[in-house]
Design a protein around this ligand. Structure first.
Ligand SMILES: *[C@@H]1O[C@H](CO)[C@@H](O)[C@H](O)[C@H]1NC(C)=O
Ligand SMILES: *[C@@H]1O[C@H](CO)[C@@H](O)[C@H](O)[C@H]1NC(C)=O
Ligand SMILES: *[C@@H]1O[C@H](CO)[C@@H](O)[C@H](O)[C@H]1NC(C)=O
Ligand SMILES: *[C@@H]1O[C@H](CO)[C@@H](O)[C@H](O)[C@H]1NC(C)=O
Ligand SMILES: *[C@@H]1O[C@H](CO)[C@@H](O)[C@H](O)[C@H]1NC(C)=O
Ligand SMILES: *[C@@H]1O[C@H](CO)[C@@H](O)[C@H](O)[C@H]1NC(C)=O
Ligand SMILES: *[C@@H]1O[C@H](CO)[C@@H](O)[C@H](O)[C@H]1NC(C)=O
Ligand SMILES: *[C@@H]1O[C@H](CO)[C@@H](O)[C@H](O)[C@H]1NC(C)=O
Ligand SMILES: *[C@@H]1O[C@H](CO)[C@@H](O)[C@H](O)[C@H]1NC(C)=O
Length: 567
């Protein structure tokens, strides 16, 4: 498996103790980062180290068994301790690391419930020497503070095979990823109609229209044992008063004091007056607007380091005896900026959440084939497509975007394409192969034909009405579809729980097999982005799975029937 290629490759090298082996490097920092000279020798770095899990291959096999329809163990999700037994490092790995750390005077602490991450603090001079690194200061126009990174990092030979990631070292994630996918347009006057105006292809989307379009029932849930977790990064926050007004306008049948709970980690102090992003507003108004009786929990994550925030979100959930049944996230960044080792480790963390029974959803990005944020730096003639992570991880369900009614079409901005890190997983190889067959031999786009294809499915992503700071506005982006699907899944989970069945958990093997008939195939549209002209090279929607809308848009009743399975 591609997930283990780095480790497998390195562990067969015969090593002599004390030698340094290059672990990860890049020729230069990604676009936007500017070198600012050597980091001061005495500057203290806190490094996180991922120790090799003792049996990720075993967890992966187990997850495929648990998530594949027809298996006798279908959806028998694992407990916290069962997952830990696969994820924690082996005694040999722990011993190798501890011996090395104490020989070098490093005092490390275990920082994850599965004991797979440890942390220690050391001066730059020692880090440079121990890891054959050259830590430098880097700045970025969009960042208020500089960061310390290195273009290359090595491992002492005695740690090779035992250490998977050193963070932060060679990872450079564009801070703009923290802004989520959404842009808003103010709605001067609220449109009079609450239902879908199917004669207006760019009509306003709201909960009542989504109920009509996807057949989502108005009040389905009876259990409160299943929750939706919405993480918010970079200070995103939602005002409960906006949700109240949103419900009054869009769901007059629901008590307008229905609200969400807030959990904070990593020193988050985001609050109403500091409100800086629309992402939390959109996500919570649509999970609660569609599934008002399902508890929505907003996880406000502090800090400005995106990979770290993603990691801390997974370790927070790993530590919960009763994890949320759905995790919906509307953030992402160019896959290459994470670097292979961090992307693989985070993806394995989503695998572990899937095995606990969490459905992990990510928006597929808003920059079409050319990346998350297509802005004035986008070169529309550059046909090297840019995949987005975490949505490119095969253990998340990637949500693309559509617009219009009867029929819906792939929205130009929808992220979609193929990973350069993760190979196509078995559940989608047939579907993806059929799509690749439709791409002409002379196609000028450069992408990885063996990579994991995304998105998996799609939902509306254009002109969503929200209430922000007391006024209505319209917002668009694949950020919108993820909370809508999260609400649909939560309603289905409620029915499953009521029937004494396990919740949906890791979805993809189901949605590509017995669940696929519950999706409406979207067959037209082109994801050239919002900035580039529609004539630019991009992927087209097609019959069957495609790299703009996956297998299509969900129909609630059919998805429920498929999820309930044979009586
Ligand atoms: C090692 O770290 C632990 C936990 O952070 C701390 O309590 C202890 O004082 C440290 N010991 C030394 C020698 O720094
Ligand atoms: C529906 O959309 C059409 C086309 O934009 C518009 O003319 C009509 O007024 C809209 N109807 C309602 C009820 O908003
Ligand atoms: C659902 O809504 C209908 C009205 O639309 C109401 O009669 C019914 O009692 C509601 N059911 C639940 C479980 O709240
Ligand atoms: C919401 O309002 C109803 C009355 O309309 C009240 O009974 C209920 O306690 C309120 N719930 C909260 C959470 O304030
Ligand atoms: C993009 O355009 C905006 C507005 O014209 C400008 O403020 C910004 O600096 C530009 N960004 C880049 C990276 O050129
Ligand atoms: C095209 O985009 C790719 C991916 O971002 C980049 O590596 C390459 O340098 C770009 N090519 C040109 C000619 O700008
Ligand atoms: C293409 O993807 C595969 C995984 O499917 C990966 O091993 C390979 O390195 C990728 N190639 C490039 C050029 O990124
Ligand atoms: C919210 O609206 C108030 C006026 O109602 C305004 O003073 C304030 O600046 C607005 N806040 C933001 C973040 O737009
Ligand atoms: C993208 O699609 C939207 C919605 O259909 C449309 O309004 C917009 O003009 C399109 N943008 C481009 C650049 O094609």
């Amino acid at each position: 498996m591609a997930f283990f290629k780095l480790l497998t490759f390195l562990s067969i090298i015969v090593l002599s103790a004390g030698r340094l082996v290059v672990h990860e490097s890049r020729a230069f920092a990604p676009h936007g980062f500017v070198r600012g000279g050597a980091a001061p020798a005495g500057h203290m770095l806190t490094l996180r180290v991922a120790l090799a899990s003792n049996n990720f291959a075993g967890l992966q096999d187990r997850l495929m068994t648990l998530s594949t329809p027809g298996s006798s163990e279908f959806r028998r999700w694992l407990s916290m301790d069962e997952v830990k037994s696969f994820v924690q490092p082996s005694p040999e790995t722990l011993a190798a690391f501890t011996t090395w750390a104490s020989a070098n005077g490093l005092n490390h602490t275990i920082v994850s419930p599965n004991s797979d991450w440890v942390s220690f603090t050391l001066p730059v001079s020692q880090a440079n020497q121990l890891f054959g690194a050259n830590f430098e200061v880097f700045t970025h126009l969009a960042m208020t503070t500089s960061i310390v990174r290195t273009l290359s990092v090595s491992l002492p030979s005695e740690l090779v095979g035992h250490v998977e990631v050193l963070y932060p070292t060679t990872q450079f994630v564009d801070p703009n990823s923290l802004l989520g996918h959404s842009t808003s347009v103010s709605l001067e006057q609220r449109l009079p109609t609450a239902s879908c105006n199917t004669s207006d292809p760019n009509g306003v989307m709201n909960p009542i229209c989504l109920q009509e379009l996807y057949g989502v029932p108005a009040n389905e849930t009876t259990k409160n044992t299943n929750t939706i977790l919405i993480p918010g990064y970079a200070g995103a926050f939602a005002q409960p008063s906006d949700l109240e007004l949103f419900l009054q306008l869009n769901r007059p049948d629901v008590p307008s004091n229905t609200t969400f709970t807030v959990t904070r980690i990593d020193g988050s102090s985001a609050s109403d007056p500091d409100f800086v992003g629309l992402e939390a507003v959109l996500d919570l108004q649509y999970t609660i607007g569609l599934a008002p009786k399902v508890p929505s929990v907003f996880l406000s994550v502090g800090g400005t380091d995106f990979p770290q925030a993603l990691l801390d979100t997974t370790t927070f959930i790993d530590g919960l005896e009763s994890p949320p049944s759905v995790l919906s996230t509307s953030y992402g960044a160019a896959e290459s900026t994470f670097g292979d080792s961090m992307a693989i480790k985070l993806c394995n963390a989503y695998m572990a959440l899937g095995a606990r029974g969490v459905s992990v959803l990510f928006g597929s990005g808003d920059g079409g084939v050319r990346g998350l944020h297509d802005d004035n730096t986008t070169d529309c003639s550059n046909n090297t497509f840019i995949p987005i992570f975490p949505t490119s991880c095969p253990y998340v369900t990637s949500i693309g975007g559509t617009a219009g009614f009867g029929p819906e079409v792939a929205l130009n901005l929808t992220g979609g394409g193929f990973s350069n890190i993760f190979a196509a997983p078995s559940y989608q190889t047939a579907a993806v192969a059929s799509y690749l067959d439709t791409i002409p031999a002379e196609f000028p786009g450069t992408f990885n034909r063996t990579g994991r294809g995304f998105p998996d499915i799609a939902l509306q992503a254009w002109n969503f009405e929200i209430v922000n700071n007391g006024t209505t506005s319209l917002i668009f982006g694949t950020s919108a579809g993820s909370p809508v699907f999260a609400a649909m899944l939560a309603m289905i989970n409620d029915r499953l729980v009521a029937a004494g069945k396990p919740t949906l958990g890791f979805l993809n093997p189901f949605i590509y097999s017995t669940g696929s008939a519950a999706f409406t195939d979207i067959t037209s549209g082109h994801n050239s982005g919002l900035v580039c002209p529609a004539s630019s090279v991009a992927f087209d929607a097609a019959v069957g799975w495609d790299a703009t809308t996956g297998i299509g848009t969900p129909r609630f009743a059919d998805l429920l029937t498929a999820a309930m399975g044979p009586a």
